[in-house]
Design a protein around this ligand. Structure first.
Ligand SMILES: [Zn+2]
Length: 260
């Protein structure tokens, strides 16, 4: 399996992914925004796009569907709950079902929160697991919940689907927000050496140069994965925002990130 990451250079800083099987040259277009860019990249690899998969229904994750479908005939797959929200969904994906294409295998993780229909994809037969996290988990942050989402569901998705994943899982998020998110993370844990290190490391990077981080690394600086960090809980308690449970810390962080 090989993944091509395309930075969209738009205001929302989307990443598009084309996931190809190197044996059969079949590929998946994940969350296509710029259909032509996705088609060109697939052609450059000598891949045929056989599937379009959307993590959720927001326009910046589906806008390229028609162009990719017109050129390739690939069907559109998304959560079973996305039918009627995303045009032309041919197959509704069910929680924990396994998708196969060529030698590639993915598990569908149901991760409502950013929107009620959001799913993530986790590779099953790669040596190192890869998580395509859409707008659920970003580098150094969680997705927002103010555009049809629910922060309690987001917390539950983190606990149920993301917490059990191993540290070596590599994260492929839907947007390039790492620099901004690290700055936000540091407002809560100003002494977090990993956050400081990575802020310095990526400071001068272009979006195309941004590193692929592991969940283990994320767990060292992403406040939404550090809900019991003493420094973080202390700050939230000082603000009178209730640091008494992981859920309340998560919800407080999300609220402050919305206003930040
Ligand atoms: Zn979204």
């Amino acid at each position: 399996m090989k993944v091509v990451r395309l930075y969209m250079n738009n205001r929302l800083r989307n990443f598009n992914y084309i996931i190809g099987c190197e044996q059969t040259r079949q590929a998946i277009a994940l969350d296509p925004l710029d259909g032509d860019a996705v088609l060109n990249a697939a052609a450059q690899e000598g891949w045929q796009i056989k599937l379009i998969i959307n993590t959720h229904e927001h326009h910046d994750h589906i806008e390229g569907n028609p162009a990719v479908q017109a050129a390739t005939g690939a069907p559109i797959w998304a959560s079973e709950y996305a039918k009627g929200k995303i045009p032309n969904v041919a197959r509704g994906l069910i929680a924990n079902e396994v998708i196969e294409l060529g030698s590639m295998k993915f598990k569908v993780l149901p991760t409502p929160g950013h929107t009620p229909v959001h799913v993530c994809l986790l590779t099953l037969n790669e040596e190192v697991p890869i998580l395509f996290s859409g707008d659920t988990l970003f580098n150094a942050c969680a997705g927002n919940c103010f555009n049809g989402g629910d922060v309690d569901e987001m917390f539950d998705s983190f606990e149920r689907e993301l917490a059990p994943l191993p540290d070596n899982t590599i994260l492929y998020p839907g947007h390039d927000y790492m620099k901004t998110n690290l700055a936000f993370a540091l407002t809560w844990e100003p002494n977090n050496s990993e956050a400081l290190f990575w802020q310095g490391e990526v400071g001068g990077f272009q979006p195309d140069e941004m590193p692929y981080m592991t969940l283990g690394q994320e767990r060292s600086y992403n406040p939404f994965l550090r809900l019991q960090s003493p420094e973080l809980v202390e700050q939230i308690t000082q603000k009178g925002e209730g640091g008494d449970s992981k859920r309340s810390v998560f919800k407080t962080l999300r609220k402050f990130r919305d206003q930040w």
